[in-house]
Design a protein around this ligand. Structure first.
Ligand SMILES: NC(=O)c1ccc[n+]([C@@H]2O[C@H](COP(=O)([O-])OP(=O)(O)OC[C@H]3O[C@@H](n4cnc5c(N)ncnc54)[C@H](OP(=O)(O)O)[C@@H]3O)[C@@H](O)[C@H]2O)c1
Length: 253
């Protein structure tokens, strides 16, 4: 693909949750399409590994250690990424967390943490990225929800609430951004073969995150391919919402 046909070439992407699972697959896939990538996650060690993978595609990587629950510092990270890699063309909010348990068991502290990581952080990052995208006259924001953002289930009240709320956030951002060439998509994946459910970087390293049957869980690389397609597609069509599940998804429909 020539640089005229590939709008990602030599632009900057920001990907949260870039050390594992979907976020890592997206960071690598966008790098393979010649975007420079700022990677956000908590684990310094895993960030370095993911950054090395990004750089192996001949682009620049900017690993940025951040706990997304600390939402006050996130806007500065976007501005740092913009000054080191260039104004972002793509923001993918892939990081997510959960504190499983019934609503009766869930502490307010745990509720607040899930809300901060899954909802407030995507808002703060989008708010900081949009002025840069507006100046570019183009941009793509992808908020990773879940089929749990379309149907609530037991023992996941905070998780489901935040994933539902990403729909409202995405629609508002899309309405505000479209006049400036900014496209916003909320993506609802079904089960993916990742380390989801571990939530601790050290434990995650010990798990395989693999499924033997891709009819029962999606390979995150397939979801990443879709995001890369959105980022390289001509500016007019917009995938506002996408539900992508494995053939034998239990949670949807
Ligand atoms: N896997 C599934 O079946 C599935 C299905 C539907 C939707 N999803 C959604 O897909 C997204 C990606 O999940 P995944 O399956 O790829 O999970 P994963 O393999 O566990 O990866 C989660 C990523 O989020 C980062 N992260 C978690 N808490 C963070 C925090 N407080 N601050 C910064 N980064 C944080 C992790 O990095 P560190 O630990 O280094 O911080 C890691 O890079 C999530 O939003 C999830 O809700 C997953």
């Amino acid at each position: 693909m020539s640089s005229a046909e590939n709008p990602l070439r030599d632009t900057a992407a920001i990907v949260t949750g870039a050390t594992s699972g979907l976020g890592r697959a997206v960071a690598t896939r966008l790098a393979s399409a010649q975007a420079h990538v700022a990677l956000l996650a908590r684990s310094e060690r895993d960030l370095q590994t993911a950054a090395d993978e990004v750089q192996s595609h001949g682009v620049r990587a900017l690993p940025m250690k951040a706990d997304l629950a600390d939402t006050a510092s996130l806007g500065e990270l976007v501005n740092r990424a913009a000054s080191e890699l260039g104004p972002p063309s793509v923001l993918v909010n892939a990081a997510g967390t959960d504190v499983p348990g019934s609503a009766e068991e869930l502490s307010l502290e745990d509720w607040d943490r899930v809300v901060a990581v899954n909802l407030t952080a995507p808002f703060v990052l989008a708010r900081a990225a949009m002025p840069h995208m507006r100046k570019r006259g183009a941009g793509l924001i992808v908020n990773i929800s879940s089929v749990a953002g379309r149907r609530g289930w037991a023992n996941a009240s905070a998780y489901c609430s935040t994933k539902f709320a990403l729909t409202g956030l995405s629609q508002s951002l899309a309405a505000e951004g479209r006049g400036y060439g900014i496209r916003v998509c909320v993506l609802y994946p079904g089960a993916m073969s990742t380390s989801w459910g571990t939530f601790d970087p050290a434990q995650r390293r010990a798990s395989t995150g693999q499924s033997s049957d891709d009819r029962e869980s999606l390979n995150p690389a397939v979801v990443a391919d879709l995001i890369a397609w959105m980022a390289t597609a001509p500016g007019e069509p917009v995938l506002n919402e996408v539900t992508m599940t494995p053939l034998r998804e239990g949670g949807w429909p």
